[in-house]
Write a protein that binds this ligand. Structure first.
Ligand SMILES: Cc1cc2nc3c(=O)[nH]c(=O)nc-3n(C[C@H](O)[C@H](O)[C@H](O)COP(=O)(O)OP(=O)(O)OC[C@H]3O[C@@H](n4cnc5c(N)ncnc54)[C@H](O)[C@@H]3O)c2cc1C
Length: 295
């Protein structure tokens, strides 16, 4: 397969630089795809050679194992976007959500302001039903084209994704072998100045509330009727660290890589936080981030 991919294939490529947490060992093979056609071609080759593959957008919601990922990692940088006057927005899955939010607000289309400053790609956002400030993908997605494990490309309506709180039918193990190629959002006309003000407000909120640095965002989902961050803080875990993995002082649901953290340290910290919160409050926190690779 490496031969067939030619110079596009990077062998034993460290994955840390492809993630927001800056953690993770090598992929056996890695290909950066810049068009949807290339994603289809490369994933098709993996299927033909029976090589397991993992899709990565911006790597902002994953914890990659220190041992890395066996098989092929496809980094999706297909990022074309088309905005129609009637509010239909079509984007390739590698397009950054934050840029889409800014651009649509500027053009007087309402519905994506909540995604201002949201790290990650359209594909990652669809898979995880990303959301913030009361909005989420589920409320604006009309349909998405999906490359199915059998190699066919099918357009699926939003209902097909079975969206829930930070979940869809493609999140986690159930999503293996499926690739989101493009997404179509249905936005409404709005006043550009008001929309841009909402975008600016969302950005300001993020800057005020969230720590900067290497992180995966919210580590855990909020349990019903409560906040993971509140529980972790109440458990006295702000600033707790294992090696270079640290619970943020600013927002306790964020874990930071203070420089040289390993995936093992991050995972040990996650387990410690989960055990402490369960011991003190009887609440079992569910992971929002996803562990990938050889654990
Ligand atoms: C600082 C910070 C703040 C954050 N704030 C928020 C927030 O407010 N709200 C929120 O919901 N999330 C937040 N996140 C998490 C993250 O931004 C979102 O989950 C984002 O949508 C992930 O996109 P990604 O491209 O980085 O996905 P990745 O991390 O690359 O991938 C995530 C999962 O999706 C799969 N995947 C990615 N692209 C595709 C595709 N095209 N087809 C099939 N599978 C695919 C991957 O295999 C993996 O399983 C934050 C993260 C950080 C670092």
């Amino acid at each position: 397969m490496r031969k067939a991919l030619g110079r596009r294939a990077r062998r034993d490529e460290p994955l840390a630089p492809y993630t927001a947490m800056r953690v993770g060992g090598p992929a056996d093979l890695l290909v950066v795809c810049r068009t949807v056609e290339e994603v289809v071609e490369v994933v098709g080759m993996a299927q033909a050679y029976d090589v397991p593959f993992l899709l990565l957008g911006s790597g902002t919601n994953v914890l990659v194992a220190d041992a890395g990922v066996r098989g092929l990692v496809v980094v999706n940088r297909a990022r074309r976007v088309r905005v129609e006057e009637d509010g239909t927005v079509w984007a390739e899955a590698g397009a950054p959500m934050a840029a889409l939010a800014r651009e649509t607000a500027r053009r007087g289309l309402a519905g994506l302001e909540w995604a201002a400053g949201l790290p990650g790609t359209v594909g990652g956002a669809v898979v995880g039903n990303a959301g913030a400030f009361g909005g989420d993908v589920a409320s604006v997605l009309r349909s998405a084209t999906v490359l199915e494990p059998e190699g066919t490309v099918v357009e699926r309506p939003a209902e097909w994704f079975e969206f829930g709180y930070r979940s869809s039918r493609l999140k986690g193990a159930r999503g293996e072998g499926w690739v989101v190629l493009t997404a179509t959002f249905g936005l409404r006309p709005g006043d550009p100045d008001a929309l841009e003000a909402r975008v600016a407000g969302a950005l300001q909120e993020r800057r005020a509330r969230q720590p900067s640095g290497a992180t995966m965002g919210s580590t855990f989902k909020n349990p019903p009727g409560d906040y993971a961050g509140r529980l972790i803080e109440a458990a006295g875990l702000k600033g707790y660290r294992i090696g270079d993995a640290v619970v943020s002082e600013q927002h306790a649901n964020f874990i930071l890589n203070a420089g040289g953290a390993t995936a093992a340290e991050v995972w040990a910290l996650i387990q410690h936080v989960r055990a402490e919160v369960e011991r003190q409050f009887g609440v079992r926190l569910e992971l929002e981030v996803e562990r990938v690779g050889e654990w």
